[in-house]
Design a protein around this ligand. Structure first.
Ligand code: FES
Length: 102
């Protein structure tokens, strides 16, 4: 596994999502009640950044056509989306959030 620092814990308050980048990959980093998850930031339906979307109950709503994804699994749940999001393993080390980019 190749772990890369992506953000500081304090940069992503609980209940929010932050746009990040690892190498050339846009990543959405979510803090669900102090548990962190990461998915690809680009919607699988068209070109919209999920980090600009609406996060509630562990689901992110795409800002463009309101497609809904589970941020824990990347699963496409409803709306015009039918392709799941790529997800990345996350771990915390000190005050840094690391993402596995393999
Ligand atoms: Fe995300 Fe259409 S671009 S639902």
């Amino acid at each position: 596994m190749t772990w890369k620092p992506i953000a500081r814990v304090a940069d992503v308050p609980s209940g929010t999502v932050k746009a990040c980048r690892i190498e050339n990959i846009p990543v959405a980093l979510y803090n669900l009640d102090r548990e962190f998850f990461a998915t690809h930031d680009i919607c699988t339906h068209a070109h919209a950044c999920l980090s600009d979307g609406y996060l509630e109950d562990g689901k992110i709503e795409c800002p463009l056509h309101q497609g809904l994804f589970d941020v824990r699994t990347g699963k496409a749940l409803s709306g015009p989306v039918d392709v799941d999001l790529q997800t990345f393993a996350v771990r915390i080390e000190g005050d840094e959030v690391l993402v596995n980019v393999e």
